[in-house]
Design a protein around this ligand. Structure first.
Ligand code: PLP
Length: 374
Protein backbone atom coordinates (compact mmCIF):
# COMPACT_ATOMS: atom_id res chain seq x y z
CA UNK A 1 0.00 0.00 0.00
CA UNK A 2 1.26 3.43 -0.90
CA UNK A 3 1.55 5.36 2.38
CA UNK A 4 0.35 8.89 1.82
CA UNK A 5 -0.40 10.97 4.91
CA UNK A 6 -3.96 9.63 5.50
CA UNK A 7 -2.65 6.05 5.36
CA UNK A 8 0.13 6.93 7.82
CA UNK A 9 -2.46 8.35 10.19
CA UNK A 10 -4.61 5.26 9.77
CA UNK A 11 -1.66 3.00 10.58
CA UNK A 12 -1.01 4.93 13.79
CA UNK A 13 -4.69 4.96 14.78
CA UNK A 14 -4.80 1.23 14.21
CA UNK A 15 -1.83 0.68 16.53
CA UNK A 16 -3.57 2.77 19.18
CA UNK A 17 -6.76 0.74 18.85
CA UNK A 18 -4.85 -2.49 19.38
CA UNK A 19 -2.86 -1.05 22.29
CA UNK A 20 0.25 -1.72 20.25
CA UNK A 21 1.61 1.80 19.80
CA UNK A 22 5.12 1.92 21.21
CA UNK A 23 6.36 4.90 23.12
CA UNK A 24 9.60 5.88 24.76
CA UNK A 25 10.07 7.11 28.27
CA UNK A 26 13.19 8.86 29.38
CA UNK A 27 14.70 6.42 31.85
CA UNK A 28 13.60 7.41 35.33
CA UNK A 29 16.46 7.01 37.81
CA UNK A 30 13.89 6.78 40.62
CA UNK A 31 12.60 3.46 39.31
CA UNK A 32 14.34 0.20 40.12
CA UNK A 33 15.07 -1.08 36.62
CA UNK A 34 14.01 -4.69 36.09
CA UNK A 35 14.00 -4.50 32.29
CA UNK A 36 17.55 -3.83 31.20
CA UNK A 37 20.03 -6.27 29.72
CA UNK A 38 22.70 -5.07 32.13
CA UNK A 39 22.84 -8.53 33.71
CA UNK A 40 26.25 -8.13 35.34
CA UNK A 41 25.68 -4.58 36.55
CA UNK A 42 28.50 -3.18 34.41
CA UNK A 43 26.71 -0.45 32.41
CA UNK A 44 27.49 2.23 35.00
CA UNK A 45 30.76 0.80 36.30
CA UNK A 46 33.16 3.70 37.02
CA UNK A 47 36.26 1.81 35.89
CA UNK A 48 34.67 1.10 32.51
CA UNK A 49 33.52 4.70 32.13
CA UNK A 50 37.05 5.80 33.01
CA UNK A 51 38.56 3.49 30.36
CA UNK A 52 36.24 5.09 27.83
CA UNK A 53 37.21 8.60 28.93
CA UNK A 54 40.94 7.93 28.89
CA UNK A 55 40.77 6.44 25.45
CA UNK A 56 38.68 9.34 24.16
CA UNK A 57 41.21 11.81 25.59
CA UNK A 58 44.11 10.15 23.81
CA UNK A 59 42.55 8.77 20.62
CA UNK A 60 39.50 10.98 20.13
CA UNK A 61 35.79 10.29 20.16
CA UNK A 62 35.32 9.28 16.55
CA UNK A 63 37.05 6.73 14.37
CA UNK A 64 36.76 8.88 11.25
CA UNK A 65 36.20 6.17 8.65
CA UNK A 66 35.17 2.58 8.11
CA UNK A 67 37.42 -0.26 9.28
CA UNK A 68 38.66 -1.01 5.79
CA UNK A 69 39.57 2.60 5.06
CA UNK A 70 41.39 4.25 7.98
CA UNK A 71 38.96 3.71 10.86
CA UNK A 72 40.49 0.52 12.29
CA UNK A 73 42.45 1.35 15.43
CA UNK A 74 44.64 -0.44 17.92
CA UNK A 75 41.81 -0.66 20.48
CA UNK A 76 39.60 -2.45 17.93
CA UNK A 77 42.36 -4.84 17.20
CA UNK A 78 43.06 -5.56 20.89
CA UNK A 79 39.37 -6.08 21.62
CA UNK A 80 39.05 -8.53 18.72
CA UNK A 81 42.04 -10.48 20.06
CA UNK A 82 40.61 -10.50 23.59
CA UNK A 83 37.19 -11.67 22.39
CA UNK A 84 38.70 -14.44 20.27
CA UNK A 85 40.80 -15.63 23.22
CA UNK A 86 37.85 -15.39 25.65
CA UNK A 87 35.65 -17.49 23.37
CA UNK A 88 38.30 -19.91 22.17
CA UNK A 89 37.98 -18.98 18.49
CA UNK A 90 40.66 -18.16 15.96
CA UNK A 91 39.39 -14.68 15.32
CA UNK A 92 36.66 -12.17 16.10
CA UNK A 93 35.35 -9.27 14.04
CA UNK A 94 33.73 -6.18 15.53
CA UNK A 95 30.46 -4.79 14.20
CA UNK A 96 28.80 -1.58 15.33
CA UNK A 97 25.68 -3.38 16.52
CA UNK A 98 24.35 -6.90 16.90
CA UNK A 99 21.66 -6.05 14.40
CA UNK A 100 24.32 -5.27 11.82
CA UNK A 101 26.38 -8.32 12.73
CA UNK A 102 23.43 -10.61 12.02
CA UNK A 103 22.59 -8.87 8.75
CA UNK A 104 26.22 -9.16 7.69
CA UNK A 105 26.60 -12.81 8.65
CA UNK A 106 23.37 -14.06 7.10
CA UNK A 107 23.89 -12.24 3.83
CA UNK A 108 27.52 -13.34 3.62
CA UNK A 109 26.72 -17.03 4.20
CA UNK A 110 23.54 -17.41 2.13
CA UNK A 111 22.31 -16.22 -1.24
CA UNK A 112 19.33 -16.62 -3.52
CA UNK A 113 20.16 -20.18 -4.44
CA UNK A 114 20.11 -21.25 -0.76
CA UNK A 115 17.62 -21.79 2.00
CA UNK A 116 17.99 -20.51 5.56
CA UNK A 117 16.38 -22.36 8.45
CA UNK A 118 15.47 -20.32 11.52
CA UNK A 119 13.87 -20.87 14.91
CA UNK A 120 10.29 -19.56 14.90
CA UNK A 121 11.09 -17.08 17.67
CA UNK A 122 14.60 -16.04 16.70
CA UNK A 123 15.66 -12.41 16.91
CA UNK A 124 14.33 -9.99 14.27
CA UNK A 125 17.85 -9.22 13.05
CA UNK A 126 18.44 -12.86 12.03
CA UNK A 127 15.20 -12.76 10.06
CA UNK A 128 16.11 -9.48 8.42
CA UNK A 129 19.55 -10.87 7.60
CA UNK A 130 17.89 -13.84 5.94
CA UNK A 131 15.65 -11.50 3.92
CA UNK A 132 18.67 -9.45 2.87
CA UNK A 133 20.45 -12.58 1.67
CA UNK A 134 17.58 -13.32 -0.73
CA UNK A 135 17.57 -16.97 0.38
CA UNK A 136 14.40 -18.98 0.77
CA UNK A 137 13.07 -19.21 4.32
CA UNK A 138 12.09 -22.13 6.47
CA UNK A 139 11.15 -21.78 10.12
CA UNK A 140 11.04 -24.58 12.69
CA UNK A 141 9.01 -24.71 15.90
CA UNK A 142 10.67 -22.86 18.75
CA UNK A 143 13.65 -24.77 20.28
CA UNK A 144 12.46 -27.96 18.58
CA UNK A 145 15.58 -29.69 17.24
CA UNK A 146 13.55 -32.58 15.78
CA UNK A 147 11.47 -30.08 13.80
CA UNK A 148 14.67 -28.47 12.56
CA UNK A 149 16.03 -31.84 11.49
CA UNK A 150 12.88 -32.66 9.54
CA UNK A 151 12.83 -29.22 7.88
CA UNK A 152 16.43 -29.71 6.77
CA UNK A 153 17.18 -30.04 3.07
CA UNK A 154 20.39 -30.05 1.10
CA UNK A 155 19.83 -26.48 -0.04
CA UNK A 156 19.90 -25.19 3.55
CA UNK A 157 23.18 -23.30 3.94
CA UNK A 158 22.52 -21.65 7.32
CA UNK A 159 20.64 -22.69 10.44
CA UNK A 160 20.29 -19.80 12.85
CA UNK A 161 19.09 -19.58 16.43
CA UNK A 162 19.46 -17.41 19.47
CA UNK A 163 21.54 -18.96 22.25
CA UNK A 164 19.51 -17.62 25.17
CA UNK A 165 16.18 -16.26 23.89
CA UNK A 166 15.64 -12.73 25.13
CA UNK A 167 11.85 -12.78 25.39
CA UNK A 168 11.39 -16.34 26.64
CA UNK A 169 14.42 -17.04 28.82
CA UNK A 170 14.97 -20.47 27.29
CA UNK A 171 17.92 -21.75 25.27
CA UNK A 172 18.30 -23.15 21.76
CA UNK A 173 18.98 -26.92 21.46
CA UNK A 174 22.53 -26.28 20.27
CA UNK A 175 23.87 -29.81 20.60
CA UNK A 176 21.20 -31.34 18.35
CA UNK A 177 21.23 -28.43 15.92
CA UNK A 178 24.98 -28.77 15.55
CA UNK A 179 24.61 -32.49 14.76
CA UNK A 180 21.96 -31.68 12.14
CA UNK A 181 24.19 -29.02 10.61
CA UNK A 182 27.22 -31.26 10.35
CA UNK A 183 25.19 -34.02 8.71
CA UNK A 184 23.93 -31.57 6.08
CA UNK A 185 27.02 -29.37 5.79
CA UNK A 186 25.21 -26.21 6.88
CA UNK A 187 26.59 -23.36 8.97
CA UNK A 188 25.18 -23.13 12.47
CA UNK A 189 24.86 -19.47 13.45
CA UNK A 190 24.27 -18.92 17.18
CA UNK A 191 23.34 -15.41 18.27
CA UNK A 192 24.25 -15.43 21.94
CA UNK A 193 23.56 -11.76 22.62
CA UNK A 194 22.05 -12.64 26.00
CA UNK A 195 24.08 -15.68 27.04
CA UNK A 196 27.63 -14.39 26.77
CA UNK A 197 28.95 -13.19 30.12
CA UNK A 198 26.15 -14.95 31.99
CA UNK A 199 25.81 -18.64 31.11
CA UNK A 200 28.44 -21.39 31.20
CA UNK A 201 30.96 -22.17 33.91
CA UNK A 202 33.26 -19.34 32.80
CA UNK A 203 30.62 -17.01 31.37
CA UNK A 204 31.40 -17.98 27.77
CA UNK A 205 27.69 -18.28 27.15
CA UNK A 206 25.17 -20.82 25.93
CA UNK A 207 27.77 -22.65 23.83
CA UNK A 208 29.86 -23.28 26.94
CA UNK A 209 26.74 -24.23 28.89
CA UNK A 210 26.24 -27.09 26.41
CA UNK A 211 29.95 -28.00 26.48
CA UNK A 212 30.34 -27.21 22.78
CA UNK A 213 33.21 -25.59 20.93
CA UNK A 214 34.19 -23.96 17.68
CA UNK A 215 33.68 -27.17 15.66
CA UNK A 216 30.08 -27.52 16.75
CA UNK A 217 29.19 -23.82 16.63
CA UNK A 218 31.32 -22.30 13.87
CA UNK A 219 29.57 -18.91 13.81
CA UNK A 220 29.10 -17.20 17.16
CA UNK A 221 27.52 -13.75 17.32
CA UNK A 222 27.68 -11.76 20.54
CA UNK A 223 26.96 -8.24 21.73
CA UNK A 224 28.93 -5.86 23.91
CA UNK A 225 25.86 -3.86 24.95
CA UNK A 226 24.12 -6.44 27.12
CA UNK A 227 25.94 -8.35 29.88
CA UNK A 228 29.12 -6.41 29.09
CA UNK A 229 27.25 -3.16 29.59
CA UNK A 230 28.82 -1.12 26.78
CA UNK A 231 27.86 -1.09 23.07
CA UNK A 232 28.72 -2.91 19.87
CA UNK A 233 28.89 -6.51 18.74
CA UNK A 234 31.10 -9.14 17.19
CA UNK A 235 31.25 -12.38 15.28
CA UNK A 236 33.74 -15.01 16.47
CA UNK A 237 34.87 -17.97 14.40
CA UNK A 238 37.57 -19.42 12.21
CA UNK A 239 40.11 -17.22 10.44
CA UNK A 240 38.50 -18.10 7.09
CA UNK A 241 35.02 -17.19 8.26
CA UNK A 242 36.21 -13.82 9.58
CA UNK A 243 38.10 -13.15 6.37
CA UNK A 244 34.94 -13.89 4.36
CA UNK A 245 32.92 -11.46 6.51
CA UNK A 246 35.54 -8.75 6.04
CA UNK A 247 35.27 -9.18 2.29
CA UNK A 248 31.52 -9.72 1.98
CA UNK A 249 29.54 -8.42 4.94
CA UNK A 250 28.13 -5.13 3.73
CA UNK A 251 27.17 -4.03 7.25
CA UNK A 252 30.84 -4.33 8.13
CA UNK A 253 32.26 -2.68 5.03
CA UNK A 254 29.98 0.27 4.36
CA UNK A 255 29.81 1.87 7.76
CA UNK A 256 31.93 3.94 10.12
CA UNK A 257 34.01 1.97 12.60
CA UNK A 258 32.85 1.86 16.21
CA UNK A 259 34.54 4.63 18.25
CA UNK A 260 37.78 3.36 19.82
CA UNK A 261 36.70 4.55 23.31
CA UNK A 262 33.78 2.15 23.04
CA UNK A 263 36.19 -0.67 22.22
CA UNK A 264 38.46 0.31 25.12
CA UNK A 265 35.47 0.29 27.49
CA UNK A 266 34.34 -3.09 26.21
CA UNK A 267 37.82 -4.54 26.78
CA UNK A 268 37.75 -3.36 30.37
CA UNK A 269 34.23 -4.76 30.80
CA UNK A 270 35.33 -8.13 29.44
CA UNK A 271 38.24 -8.19 31.84
CA UNK A 272 36.05 -7.27 34.83
CA UNK A 273 33.38 -9.81 33.94
CA UNK A 274 36.03 -12.50 33.67
CA UNK A 275 37.73 -11.56 36.96
CA UNK A 276 34.67 -10.79 39.09
CA UNK A 277 32.99 -14.16 38.96
CA UNK A 278 30.67 -13.06 41.78
CA UNK A 279 28.67 -10.94 39.30
CA UNK A 280 27.62 -13.99 37.33
CA UNK A 281 26.93 -16.00 40.46
CA UNK A 282 24.94 -13.15 41.96
CA UNK A 283 22.66 -12.51 38.99
CA UNK A 284 21.89 -16.22 38.76
CA UNK A 285 21.16 -16.53 42.47
CA UNK A 286 18.89 -13.47 42.33
CA UNK A 287 17.17 -15.03 39.31
CA UNK A 288 16.56 -18.23 41.27
CA UNK A 289 15.26 -16.18 44.20
CA UNK A 290 12.86 -14.31 41.90
CA UNK A 291 11.66 -17.55 40.40
CA UNK A 292 11.01 -19.21 43.73
CA UNK A 293 9.19 -16.14 45.04
CA UNK A 294 7.13 -15.71 41.88
CA UNK A 295 6.13 -19.38 41.92
CA UNK A 296 5.03 -19.16 45.53
CA UNK A 297 3.00 -16.06 44.66
CA UNK A 298 1.33 -18.03 41.84
CA UNK A 299 2.60 -15.73 39.08
CA UNK A 300 2.38 -17.07 35.50
CA UNK A 301 6.09 -17.61 34.82
CA UNK A 302 7.23 -19.24 31.60
CA UNK A 303 8.52 -22.78 32.07
CA UNK A 304 12.24 -22.99 31.57
CA UNK A 305 14.62 -25.69 32.72
CA UNK A 306 17.58 -23.43 33.18
CA UNK A 307 17.70 -20.51 35.60
CA UNK A 308 18.60 -17.40 33.59
CA UNK A 309 18.30 -13.65 34.28
CA UNK A 310 15.35 -13.47 31.87
CA UNK A 311 12.10 -14.26 33.70
CA UNK A 312 9.03 -13.39 31.63
CA UNK A 313 5.62 -13.17 33.31
CA UNK A 314 3.07 -14.22 30.72
CA UNK A 315 -0.10 -12.10 30.72
CA UNK A 316 -1.67 -12.75 27.31
CA UNK A 317 -3.30 -9.55 26.14
CA UNK A 318 -1.37 -6.41 25.29
CA UNK A 319 -3.80 -4.48 27.45
CA UNK A 320 -3.19 -6.61 30.55
CA UNK A 321 0.56 -6.32 30.10
CA UNK A 322 0.39 -2.54 29.74
CA UNK A 323 -1.86 -2.21 32.77
CA UNK A 324 0.58 -4.24 34.89
CA UNK A 325 3.48 -2.14 33.63
CA UNK A 326 1.78 1.07 34.75
CA UNK A 327 0.85 -0.38 38.13
CA UNK A 328 4.44 -1.49 38.75
CA UNK A 329 5.74 1.87 37.69
CA UNK A 330 3.52 3.57 40.24
CA UNK A 331 5.16 1.33 42.84
CA UNK A 332 8.67 2.28 41.77
CA UNK A 333 9.60 -0.57 39.41
CA UNK A 334 10.63 -0.29 35.78
CA UNK A 335 9.31 -3.45 34.10
CA UNK A 336 8.35 -3.18 30.45
CA UNK A 337 5.39 -4.84 28.76
CA UNK A 338 6.45 -6.73 25.65
CA UNK A 339 3.71 -6.86 23.03
CA UNK A 340 3.26 -8.14 19.49
CA UNK A 341 4.96 -8.09 17.05
CA UNK A 342 7.98 -8.57 19.31
CA UNK A 343 6.18 -11.64 20.73
CA UNK A 344 3.37 -13.66 19.13
CA UNK A 345 -0.15 -12.30 19.40
CA UNK A 346 -1.90 -13.36 22.65
CA UNK A 347 1.50 -13.84 24.33
CA UNK A 348 2.10 -10.35 25.69
CA UNK A 349 4.19 -10.40 28.83
CA UNK A 350 6.21 -8.49 31.34
CA UNK A 351 9.84 -9.15 30.70
CA UNK A 352 11.50 -9.20 34.09
CA UNK A 353 15.28 -9.26 33.92
CA UNK A 354 17.62 -9.53 36.85
CA UNK A 355 20.98 -7.85 37.36
CA UNK A 356 23.91 -8.38 39.70
CA UNK A 357 23.28 -4.81 40.84
CA UNK A 358 19.90 -5.65 42.38
CA UNK A 359 19.53 -6.43 46.07
CA UNK A 360 17.61 -9.35 47.57
CA UNK A 361 15.19 -6.84 49.13
CA UNK A 362 14.46 -5.26 45.73
CA UNK A 363 13.77 -8.67 44.22
CA UNK A 364 11.42 -9.57 47.07
CA UNK A 365 9.53 -6.26 46.78
CA UNK A 366 9.18 -6.74 43.04
CA UNK A 367 7.62 -10.18 43.60
CA UNK A 368 5.17 -8.65 46.08
CA UNK A 369 4.32 -5.79 43.70
CA UNK A 370 3.80 -8.23 40.84
CA UNK A 371 1.41 -10.20 43.03
CA UNK A 372 -0.68 -7.04 43.37
CA UNK A 373 -0.35 -5.92 39.74
CA UNK A 374 -1.12 -9.14 37.91
C1 PLP B 1 19.88 -7.19 21.24
C2 PLP B 1 19.99 -8.30 20.29
C3 PLP B 1 20.57 -8.12 19.06
C4 PLP B 1 20.98 -6.78 18.56
O1 PLP B 1 22.12 -6.33 19.21
P1 PLP B 1 22.39 -4.76 19.24
O2 PLP B 1 23.84 -4.65 19.52
O3 PLP B 1 21.55 -4.20 20.32
O4 PLP B 1 22.01 -4.24 17.88
C5 PLP B 1 20.74 -9.22 18.26
N1 PLP B 1 20.32 -10.43 18.64
C6 PLP B 1 19.73 -10.63 19.83
C7 PLP B 1 19.29 -12.00 20.21
C8 PLP B 1 19.54 -9.57 20.68
O5 PLP B 1 18.92 -9.76 21.83
Amino acid sequence: MKRRLPEVQAVLADLDRQQLRRSRRTADPQLVDFSSNDYLGLAKHPEIAAAMGECAASRGAGSGASHLVTGHGVEHSRLEDDLAAFLGRQRALLFSTGYMANLGVMAALADRSDTVLLDKLCHASLIDGGLLSGARFRRYAHVDAAAAESAMTDTVSVVATDGLFSMDGDVGPLRDLSATCSRHEAWLVVDDAHGIGVLGRHGRGTVEHFGLGADEVPVLVGTLGKALGVFGAFVAGSADLIELLMQKARTYIYTTALPQPVAAAARRALEISDREVWRRERVLSLSARFRDGARQAGLPLMDTELVTPIQPVLLGSAEAALRAQLKLMSEGFGVVAIRPPTVPSGKARLRVSLSASHTEAQVDSLVAALGRAV
